[in-house]
Design a protein around this ligand. Structure first.
Ligand code: SAM
Length: 330
């Protein structure tokens, strides 16, 4: 079964935010004081998410990414992955995490049916980690993330991809260090262009374009395009000469990839969002709680698919103003 939008793009991928809560407060994602958390009853139960996944899978969704907030702070996440893995039609399950609790869960997640993880890590410096992620005693430390990456690799959640949001004057001096990591070790580093989002209060960091990032890597040699079979995403991958790992670029601003967008996003409070950058949302929570039939649920999912815009307008300075990134589900 193929699900397609009005521009004939096949839609086979759903990103699910299982919580809006996070143990970190990254400067580009969340205000320092945090955001008011949704109440327990506001967020979808695992059973409700499963009902949506079953309907979506019957329509053509085959790939799921579990995200948040921080997915590993939600209790029962390993059992939830196992339930998703049993839904007919779901072929691939991945997760995006800050990695703080990954060492604890990696083996269990793999056993439950998770295929891969992306781990967010914007610096290799312990003090800077605290400044960017505002982790501290309760949030966690860079050592937890590094241990999580190793645990994920040992558990077979490969390839483990490292997401680095590049910010001018904050971590752009580490571009080379991250690139060097890919030489000796099987690190798959993805440099992400910073997207403007509601939620940065105070000074908003400014980003670098992929082109600027590539120029910084030039001293390490010529990067060759790298063809791969993993993932569903828009990153373009390269490899430095003789490197064990790869370097990817996610160019949401400088070279958007909307023409190949294959995704829908489900927020923790049950809104189906056709586009990360648009404020349009289709509510599934109230219909689910009022006893919607499977066919009616499919109609609502189809409405979200039909509402997918051709593209976003970030490069023209427009940004979604309704929610910070952490409440959309990155
Ligand atoms: N807590 C998890 C994590 O840290 O990976 C999952 C949620 S987080 C919102 C998902 C991804 O969104 C992370 O890789 C993060 O770096 C990215 N992200 C958040 N805000 C962003 C922004 N303004 N621009 C670009 N990427 C952003």
């Amino acid at each position: 079964m193929v699900l397609a939008d009005t521009y004939n793009r096949p839609i086979n991928y759903m990103r699910i935010a299982v919580t809006d809560r996070c143990n970190l407060r990254c400067i580009y994602c969340m205000p320092e004081e945090g955001v008011p958390w949704l109440s327990h009853s506001d967020i979808l139960s695992y059973e409700e998410i499963l009902t949506i996944v079953r309907a979506a899978a019957a329509m053509g969704i085959t790939k799921i990414r579990i995200t948040g907030g921080e997915p590993l702070v939600r209790l029962g996440i390993v059992d939830f992955v196992q339930m998703i893995s049993q839904v007919p039609g779901i072929e691939d399950i991945a997760m995006t995490t800050n990695g703080i609790y990954l060492a604890k869960y990696a083996a269990g997640l793999k056993k439950a049916g998770l295929n891969r993880v992306n781990v967010s890590l914007d610096t290799l410096d312990a003090d800077k980690f605290q400044r960017i992620c505002r982790g501290g005693e309760k949030g966690g430390h860079i050592t937890d993330v590094l241990a999580g990456i190793e645990a994920a690799r040992s558990a077979g959640l490969n390839p483990v991809k490292i997401n680095v949001v590049v910010m001018s004057g904050i971590n752009d001096n580490e571009i080379l260090d991250f690139a060097r990591k890919t030489l000796a070790e099987e690190w798959h580093v993805r440099f992400i262009e910073l997207m403007p989002f509601t939620g940065h209060n105070g000074r908003t960091p400014s980003g670098l374009t992929a082109r600027e990032i590539k120029q910084r890597i030039d001293p390490l040699g010529k990067m060759e395009p790298y063809k791969h079979k993993w993932g569903n995403g828009p990153a373009k991958y390269y490899r430095l000469p003789d490197a064990k790992g790869t370097i990817g670029f996610i160019t949401a601003l400088s070279e958007h990839f909307c023409f190949s967008c294959n995704r829908l996003r489900l927020t923790a409070d049950g809104k189906l969002r056709p586009c990360l950058m648009s404020e349009t949302m289709i509510d599934l929570r109230e219909p689910l709680r009022s006893g919607v039939s499977e066919d009616q649920l499919k109609d609502l999912i189809q409405q979200a698919v039909n509402a997918k815009p051709m593209g976003h307008h970030l490069s023209e300075g427009r940004k979604p103003n309704d929610r910070p990134f952490c409440q959309v589900g990155g």
